[in-house]
Design a protein around this ligand. Structure first.
Ligand SMILES: [Zn+2]
Length: 144
């Protein structure tokens, strides 16, 4: 069954057709969007903006620090981070390309946790480390 791509408004016909996903894919997609929403409820702000500038910018995507198509495990929450659109497209994607070029996507784990280890212009000293630690202490107090 084929269906139109949504989002172009009622007055504009769909530009492309896509193959409707199989039932299993739809279940996976809705399970993922529920999990991602729950994650963003708990981690509502962009991790990169907090690291870089210590500011709270609403996160709109849940990013896999190790991209899924390079072996990142879909449900491994330890490699999830919330990002705003700007950091997703302007920081994380270029860093992913760089890590792939350097032949080691696992570099991304360190680059995210310790931005000072990133190459060249991507390197900086994170200023929100203390906030993260305080948050972790707060979470361990309530037994998570
Ligand atoms: Zn951001």
């Amino acid at each position: 069954m084929r269906m139109p791509i949504f989002g172009r408004g009622p007055d504009r016909p769909p530009r492309f057709e896509v193959v409707k996903p199989k039932k299993r894919d739809r279940e996976l997609t809705s399970r993922w969007s529920r999990a991602a929403r729950a994650y963003l409820d708990k981690h509502p702000f962009c991790a990169e903006c907090q690291r870089r500038e210590g500011i709270d910018v609403p996160a709109i995507v849940v990013d896999h620090i190790v991209p899924r198509h390079y072996g990142g495990e879909l449900w491994d929450r330890s490699i999830w981070q919330g990002l705003c659109r700007k950091c997703d497209l302007g920081v994380k994607r270029p860093l992913e390309r760089l890590a792939v070029e350097m032949g080691d996507v696992l570099l991304l784990i360190n680059w995210m946790a310790k931005p000072q280890t990133r190459p060249g212009r991507w390197a900086y000293v994170a200023i929100a480390v203390e906030c993260d630690d305080a948050e972790r202490r707060e979470q361990s107090k309530v037994g998570r």
